[in-house]
Design a protein around this ligand. Structure first.
Ligand code: URA
Length: 443
């Protein structure tokens, strides 16, 4: 087989065979196929697309390019959850303890933030002492004893994605539906869970800006899950505004604790209950209404918050900070940001708002940058609320005073205040399963 012929076939719009896809993935990971030929094929895929069968074959070849986690020694149905990323998205740390407190084991590998989006592992590491780099044995032990553990990626998982993602990043081929779907699903398949819940974000802070594009991505991923025998469900959730009020690592952990105590922001609580009930239902705990009631009960009776503390303790973290937020390392500077005019908070360009938080030190622009765990933004107003000129709309936290100015400029540009009320938008747009798309009107 010659790579030249594989490229030409895709360029001309034909579907590749499983053997051709395998030849490409194996050859590229081994270093036998050079970047320029891999780039040409990626661009051909970008323009010509892939059939569902081709996308599933690519996903499986990528998943098998490195270690595959075997969770079969842990009892029960294991359900994984993946978010396509956003601003203020701390849902994993709310829902994993909820479902684990109901006996569903969660062995989850999460990522770090990059660009304007946050990452669960960075948020967790803002808890003093907490370790996210555990070897497989320690990881599995915690899942068996506590029921839940969230760690950074262990071992040599999906090297094909590492190489291909880096290449896509510099060849303008990231934004291709089959390539995104295979990238995400290969990692989920290699991570070993039996069932998968996807939280596909949509809006100005998300990868997919429109609901229809998000649904198309969800359908592609759900179809891959079906073809590889892992039941997959996707919720399309709103990322046209930050989720909750807190953006930034330690600030978000505090909001997680508040949400698990039943005192969290309404939008975050609603999205978490929807995700938790879908995860529970995938694990066989009943229909969605039953599972939602179960999840709500675990918040009300304190069991879910207790489970979070158990996981933090098992991973070496200082649990006392979760009860007493004063014990979190404090930002040297806290500045209140005021509204520049009267009106209603109409919209937030969520990506730009996320970049403002990065500017304060809450994220990294390059992979090797250090994070200031105490930095970030707490929004004091929600979309649709009236604001008066000079009234506080947000609090900024940072260790370096000189960062405030640039961050405020970005933040002020990100928000729009108008005289009219904004249209009401749903928090959850749709639920995508292998056989249907349910449009949801949850405000
Ligand atoms: N997230 C991934 O893991 N891969 C993509 O291609 C896009 C988002």
């Amino acid at each position: 087989m010659r790579m030249y012929d594989v490229i030409a076939k895709k360029r001309d719009g034909a579907a590749l065979s499983d053997a051709e896809i395998q030849f490409f993935v194996d050859g590229y990971v081994a270093g036998d196929i050079p970047d320029y030929q891999a780039s040409a094929l990626l661009m051909a895929i970008y323009f010509q697309g892939m059939t569902p069968r081709e996308t599933a074959a690519l996903t499986l070849c990528m998943a098998r390019s490195g270690d595959m986690v075997d969770l079969s020694t842990i009892d029960g149905i294991k359900v994984d959850k993946h978010s396509t990323g956003g601003v203020g998205d701390k849902t994993t740390l709310v829902i994993a303890p909820i479902v684990a407190s109901l006996g569903v084991r969660v062995a989850k590998m999460s990522g770090r933030g990059l660009g304007h989006t946050g990452g669960t592992i960075d948020k967790m590491e803002s808890i003093p002492g907490l370790r996210t780099a555990l070897d497989e044995r320690a990881f599995f032990d915690i899942v068996r004893k506590v029921g839940v553990s969230v760690v950074g990626q262990t071992g040599n998982l999906v090297p094909a994605d590492k190489k291909l993602y880096a290449l896509r990043d510099v060849t303008a081929t990231v934004n291709s539906l089959p390539l995104i779907a295979s990238s995400i699903m290969s990692k989920k398949i290699a991570a070993g869970s039996d069932r998968i819940l996807l939280d596909v974000k949509t809006g100005s802070g998300a990868f997919m800006k429109t609901v229809e594009d998000s649904i198309a991505l969800a359908q592609e991923m759900v179809s891959i899950g079906k073809q590889v025998g892992k039941t997959t469900v996707a919720l399309i959730t709103d990322m046209d505004r930050p989720l909750g009020c807190a953006i930034g690592n330690a600030l978000e952990i505090q909001e997680v604790c508040e949400t698990l105590r039943g005192r969290g922001p309404a939008d975050l609580t609603e999205v978490c209950l929807a995700l938790a009930s879908n995860m529970l239902s995938l694990a066989g705990k009943g229909d969605l209404d039953t599972c939602r009631a179960l999840a709500q009960r675990q918040i009300e009776n304190g069991a879910a918050f207790t489970k979070l503390k158990e996981m933090v303790a098992a991973q070496g973290g200082d649990v006392t900070v979760l009860e007493d937020f004063e014990k979190f390392p404090k930002a040297a500077v806290c500045q209140t940001i005021a509204a520049q005019k009267n009106g209603y908070l109409y919209a937030i360009d969520t990506e730009r708002c996320g970049i403002a938080a990065v500017e304060l030190g809450a994220g990294r622009e390059k992979k090797e940058d250090a994070i200031d765990f105490s930095a970030g933004i707490v929004l004091r107003k929600q979309i649709g609320e009236p604001v008066r000129k000079g009234e506080p709309i947000a609090d900024f936290y940072t260790s370096e005073l000189e960062k405030i100015h640039a961050a405020e400029e970005l933040f002020q540009e990100s928000i729009s205040i108008k005289e009219e009320l904004p249209p009401q938008k749903p928090l959850i747009y749709a639920r995508v399963t292998a056989d249907k798309i349910e449009r949801i009107k949850s405000l």
